[in-house]
Design a protein around this ligand. Sequence first.
Ligand SMILES: [Zn+2]
Length: 183
Amino acid sequence: MLTMKDIIRDGHPTLREKAKEVELPISEEDRNTLKEMREFLINSQDEETANKYGLRSGVGLAAPQINISKRMIAVYLPDDGEGRSYDLMLVNPKIASHSIQEAYLPTGEGCLSVDENIPGLVHRKNRITVKAKDIDGNDVQMRLKGYPAIILQHEIDHLNGVMFYDYIDNDNPLKPHQDAVEV
Ligand SMILES: [Zn+2]
């Protein structure tokens, strides 16, 4: 099982690389990687397991964070606050379209690869349409809004070498953009 020692931290060059497309059909090795990433998230959200192995709780993980520079992400969000749950393992995800309207989390964002808390608002798109392959290689398309949309954008950014704090306005870190919605 993956633990925190498998997760590379800020400053590691892999986190700043553009990850490679996953070759299709998806290999057994890549499928296993994705399953391990999902399992990590589930373990990290289970208090007993998280305490036992010293896991920081997370809702999303991208393969570059475990030093595999391939376009794969896992998201595990049992409750988005609006009664929906997300259990995703995606290959070669792309944001096909997005709203003009922005959204942000009032407490800012965190990342399993960043140990310290970095205060500041991270503005993202409030609504996105994501196209990807699932772990079996089937085409999937989903429309997301608010918190799950923010998570997907954070994880897809990892595939492009982008970190959440890149978006923080150092002059006005806590000032929301006009018309941006608080999530
Ligand atoms: Zn992250």
